[in-house]
Design a protein. Structure first.
Length: 464
């Protein structure tokens, strides 16, 4: 049986702490625009992978499994066409994959023999890798395996990756899996290479019914809506521990092309488009050093070799590339508020945060892209003061509509309904004040701008 119907679940989760300070709980590593595309423009990992899925005609069969916090950034970077399955809270890879499977099963009514491939969103590969992904469908049918994996033929005895050790003998274009070995030392890695072991790419395929049966065995609902309602009761566990370790019939197919995991600064900088992004200078004597600066102040690097210097509103990192993978451990327990976020309408950067005996003040620089708008919303526990510093827009406050331009100042009180749309790209300095400056104090009434306008009492003439 050839490739016909296979579906893809693209996993986009995690906080990406190994790429701090550019990554945070709201902007994971896959959203960092540091790679170069064919037009020499900067793109992110998720943009690159989704484009490659389009190249091999898998994008229209792809669902993107992610956390609720990342939905707007995904829409902002790859548009509204992709089907997003958002988990209400982060609960590791097994719950995320189970939720996506229940969606395909109960919402899209796919049959249990439908083959599903699960892919991480951050591999740096050629298009041929996704052609290999297509082969998982026929391998699952031919082998009758519970799981089919893609292994990478190693180019050196790496200590950074997990290994898949196959059984001896050849069965067409796949082998049965004997065992797994997690991140061995160099001596063991060399020994594994003599056994034709492969790096684990994190890609696997299965029949939809296989995951549905596991949900049933665990006593979880297979209906998407019911699983969503009970999602917070699901065990926080990885797919490897929950499923792979207990599977008795696993096969692996090998991929010979280029593959790299861009999960750490030392591997990411090897594929970056340029050694410097942002304002500043890197001296010629700073050999093999990369600087990424998202701040509005210059960063200068002089005479520092084999290093990464990264500056963002969330913090500043200066690290040797060799030590840079340890940043996750160093930042363990650091759970500060994200200082930069991308949204479907633009982005914002926190300029200042103060807390005066429970009275909080947050100052943000907000950018709204031309033609985009905020939802019609209100807050119970905070006031907002908006100073328009660039552009032109239409603002709605309590069903009254008005034009705002550079230099205008708008005061928004508690319980006041408000929305704004950019006619020309807007930049706003927003000062929030109150006792509960959190996302939970955003009460959205309407997302559709035309419906907002139709309910307004007065209209302003706007020249575009």
């Amino acid at each position: 049986m050839g490739y016909k119907r296979m579906r893809v679940i693209l996993l986009s989760g995690g906080s990406g702490k190994r790429l701090w300070p550019l990554s945070n709980d709201a902007r994971s590593k896959q959203f960092l625009k540091v790679l170069s595309n064919d037009e020499s423009q900067l793109e992110s990992m998720v943009q690159r992978v989704y484009k490659q899925l389009k190249n091999v005609k898998l994008h229209d069969k792809t669902s993107l499994a992610t956390s609720k916090a990342q939905v707007e950034m995904i829409r902002n970077q790859i548009g509204n066409d992709v089907n997003i399955i958002a988990e209400p809270s982060r609960r590791d890879t097994f719950p995320a994959i189970a939720l996506a499977a229940s969606y395909l099963y109960s919402k899209e009514k796919l049959p249990e023999d439908e083959v599903v491939a699960v892919l991480p969103v951050d591999p740096y590969v050629e298009d041929s890798f996704f052609e290999k992904v297509k082969e998982l469908e026929s391998i699952i049918h031919k082998s009758h395996a519970d799981l089919a994996l893609i292994g990478i033929n190693p180019t050196y005895p790496s200590e950074k990756y997990g290994y898949i050790v196959p059984e001896e003998g050849v069965e067409e274009n796949y082998k049965k899996v004997s065992r797994f070995t997690e991140k061995p030392n160099e001596t063991l890695a060399k020994e594994l290479l003599t056994k034709q072991a492969m790096w684990n790419s994190g890609v696997f395929g299965f029949k939809l019914g296989y995951i549905i049966s596991i949900l049933q065995e665990k006593g979880y609902p297979t209906d998407y809506e019911q699983l969503m309602d009970s999602y917070n009761q699901l065990e926080k566990i990885s797919f490897d521990y929950a499923v792979v370790e207990s599977a008795s019939n696993i096969v692996v197919t090998s991929y010979n092309g280029f593959w790299k995991d861009l999960g750490t600064w030392n591997t990411l900088t090897e594929e970056m488009a340029t050694r410097q992004i942002g304002e500043g200078r890197v001296s010629d004597s700073s050999e093999n050093t990369h600087m990424i600066n998202e701040l509005g102040i210059p960063v200068s690097v002089l005479g520092i070799k084999d290093a990464v210097v990264a500056a963002s509103p969330d913090g500043i990192l200066v690290a040797s590339k060799e030590e840079s993978p340890k940043i996750k451990e160093l930042m363990s327990g650091h759970d500060a508020m994200p200082m930069y976020e991308e949204r479907y309408w633009g982005n914002y950067k926190v300029l200042d945060y103060s807390n005066f005996s429970g009275h909080q003040v947050i100052t943000r620089h907000v950018k709204i892209n031309t033609g985009k708008h905020l939802s019609y919303q209100y807050h119970k526990y905070r006031k907002e003061n908006w100073t328009i510093i660039k552009g032109e827009g239409i603002m709605i406050i309590d069903d009254n509509i008005q034009v705002v331009r550079q230099g205008d100042v708008v005061q928004i009180n508690e319980e006041q309904k408000h929305a704004i749309k950019a006619i020309k790209e807007l930049e706003i300095i927003e000062v929030q004040q109150g006792i509960n400056l959190v996302e939970a104090d955003v009460y959205r009434i309407q997302e559709d701008w035309e419906k907002m306008e139709s309910n307004c009492f007065s209209r302003a003439q706007v020249s575009i």
